[in-house]
Design a protein around this ligand. Structure first.
Ligand SMILES: Nc1ncnc2c1ncn2[C@@H]1O[C@H](COP(=O)(O)OP(=O)(O)OP(=O)(O)O)[C@@H](O)[C@H]1O
Ligand SMILES: [Mg+2]
Length: 271
């Protein structure tokens, strides 16, 4: 289905993604893990055609994705919806209208300007919100919702596009554990019930293990692990995160970063 070959993305001297190759042959839920700066977001953005790549190729069902322009690019982007850590909703707009925004790239600017959504789209939006357990919030402003509810609105907006792939960049990084679980379960259900592929950059190891069928570990722009949650041992995780013996299974990439910084600080203090 999705084939990535020797993908490289440079920003000036900085190689954010380096010769990344992997093949996903059936719809799965995939977690991408790695410490801050490993290249996870850059990889997702390349998959979504949000940024051009330096070299390499991405094909989906045989179609080359890299280098798509104009309508072909927009068409691809509607087939692989993206959700973000910060939800990216319009805060003052009501929930249904936010969800209907997911239909934007197949509607004319004029219709959008006058907010003319067909009844069928409105019904579909409510149905999706209902499925995600937030239909009763439909008329509220997005900003009045909790983080977990807002992320479900963002998922609903993505589902309006009826995408084959959902790309999620740290979808639960801003949520408390309870809401994080609700959002991950929603993504898992969407994968299982609709057969959509989900690729999520994840902050914590246990989330990747718990919800994903396959985990891709990145370090310094390269794929250093690609396997099942069972294969993701503590040793493998330590390698992905480049962490020392004090590496804790429960640690997040941010915590590891902080740990590193405090160690550097301690070293400087005692020097
Ligand atoms: N637009 C850009 N211009 C210059 N450098 C960039 C740009 N985007 C990313 N980078 C660099 O590329 C590397 C990978 O960044 P990326 O955002 O993909 O990492 P990440 O794994 O998503 O990290 P995080 O966990 O912090 O989100 C980093 O060193 C980053 O500074
Ligand atoms: Mg990122």
């Amino acid at each position: 289905m999705l084939d990535v070959q020797m993908l490289t993305k440079r920003f000036g001297d900085k190689t954010a993604v380096e010769n990344v190759s992997f093949n996903i042959d059936r719809s799965m839920m995939i977690g991408v893990i790695g410490r801050s700066g490993a290249g996870k977001s850059t990889l997702l953005r390349a998959l979504n055609c949000l940024s051009d790549v330096t070299s390499g190729s991405i094909t989906f069902e045989g179609q080359e994705i890299t280098g798509l322009k104009g309508a072909a690019r927009r068409n691809w982007q509607s087939r692989c919806a993206m959700i973000f850590q910060q939800f990216n909703l319009v805060p003052r707009m009501d929930v249904v209208s936010n969800v209907l925004h997911g239909t934007l790239n197949r509607r004319s600017t004029l219709a959008t300007m006058f907010n003319l959504y067909p009844d069928s789209d409105i019904h579909k939006a409510i149905e999706i919100l209902d499925r995600l357990g937030i239909a009763e919030q439909a008329e509220k402003r997005a900003e009045a919702l909790s983080g977990g509810q807002q992320q479900r609105v963002a998922i609903a907006r993505a589902l309006m596009q009826d995408p084959q792939i959902i790309l999620a960049d740290e979808p639960i990084a801003s949520l408390d554990p309870m809401n994080a679980q609700i959002v991950m379960q929603a993504l898992r259900r969407i994968h299982e019930e609709d057969g959509r592929m989900v690729i999520a950059n994840l902050h914590t190891l246990d989330t990747a293990r718990r919800y994903c069928d396959r985990v891709i570990g990145m370090r310094d722009g390269r794929v250093v692990f690609d396997g099942t949650p069972e294969q993701l041992t503590t040793g493998a995780a330590r390698d992905i995160y480049g962490a020392g013996a004090d590496f804790s299974e429960a640690a997040t990439s941010t915590e590891i970063e902080t740990l590193d910084r405090s160690q550097t600080y301690a070293a400087e203090t005692y020097a």
